[in-house]
Write a protein that binds this ligand. Sequence first.
Ligand SMILES: NC(=O)C1=CN([C@@H]2O[C@H](COP(=O)(O)OP(=O)(O)OC[C@H]3O[C@@H](n4cnc5c(N)ncnc54)[C@H](O)[C@@H]3O)[C@@H](O)[C@H]2O)C=CC1
Ligand SMILES: O=C(O)C(=O)[C@H](O)COP(=O)(O)O
Length: 375
Amino acid sequence: MKIYFDENMPFAHEFFSGFGELVPFSGREITAEQVADADVLLVRSITQVNAQLLANNNKLSFVGSATIGTDHIDLPYLAGRDINFHSAPGCNAVSVAEYVLSSLVVLSERYLLDLSSLTVGIVGGGNTGTRLSEKLAALGIRYKICDPLLEQKPQDLREFSSLTEVLDCDVISLHVPKVTTGDHPTYHLLNSENLANLRDEQILISACRGDVIDNQALLALKQLGHGLKLVLDVWEGEPKVLEPLIPYTELATAHIAGYSLEGKARGSEMLYQALCQHLNLKVTHKLTDFLPSASITFVELKQDFSQILLNQLVKMVYDVRRDDAIFRQQLSVEGFDSIRKSYPVRREFSAVTVSSSPNAYSDVPHHLGFNKMSN
Ligand SMILES: NC(=O)C1=CN([C@@H]2O[C@H](COP(=O)(O)OP(=O)(O)OC[C@H]3O[C@@H](n4cnc5c(N)ncnc54)[C@H](O)[C@@H]3O)[C@@H](O)[C@H]2O)C=CC1
Ligand SMILES: O=C(O)C(=O)[C@H](O)COP(=O)(O)O
């Protein structure tokens, strides 16, 4: 069996070498000729999987994408050819939520904001929006969620808000897929009209898909002197970036919000599990067998304040300013894809064990994500 896999997929050898011959490929450069003899194709978000890519292949039975988003996959085409498809829902939701928290901590320091006085408007209440809301709740930060699709589901008992209400919040964080059709499209969900209604002091964070915000409209707004504070991880037209927009951002990164080692590696693990199921084989590997221990495993703090803890976790585990600096310095030199390819190892809060005085953090639910050392 020949398994083609994106070279940017961690632990691919550990998970997949038992299945057959492994062939790595470069995500944006792969061709129909290259994958003509693939039995299994494992991609990430930059590979368009469609009739064109699979035109020369008549033996493919499984396609996996180690990502949450699936807008790069022609799902009806795969279904029409009876090719099994799996994505990795939720794999990097914690990573994106920690990116948002890190951004909030950085902006709260830059502008002397009290996070507990802010309300965060979450657009999209799926895996990432939910993880984010749990962490905000753990920190005592108010939030509202807009998700008209989940709102219709009787089993989802959360209270939902309208888009208008969420766009009125102090912080707006976008966590929707790219959808161009249907009743709830997200393409240019933020456009010249609703962007113009935002207030100077609001913060807008986008770590979902670039096309969800009309980037030209955003640039035009900023060029008029609007004070909206921008955190952009995703860009319309990646790997191209509307470069004049960059100086107007507080934080700008190269689509790496989901790039914690755990987030990417969970994607590989989920595809491994799906492939085992597809081939009717027993699951024998698990991610914890391969994940190295983090370089920071111990933080000792005495205060009993969840936000101080968050600030420490951000500084010691994931400070988004590192990725912002890399982006600003290296975009024009290395390019968007190279920044992503050489992304330094980043761990999640869960890789850290926090030791504290006996009663400290008793008020912080585990949702913030770190491990608490028992005293
Ligand atoms: N920057 C990054 O590194 C990453 C970006 N993403 C992007 O973020 C998106 C969201 O991720 P997840 O929450 O994990 O996906 P998910 O599929 O679990 O949740 C998406 C939610 O958005 C909701 N939704 C769809 N259309 C909507 C609309 N018009 N208004 C409000 N809500 C709407 C859906 O009902 C669903 O609950 C992914 O589709 C992907 O494109 C995901 C992971 C990493
Ligand atoms: O999971 C998703 O959806 C994402 O946006 C991923 O973070 C994209 O990462 P790559 O697949 O482009 O490496």
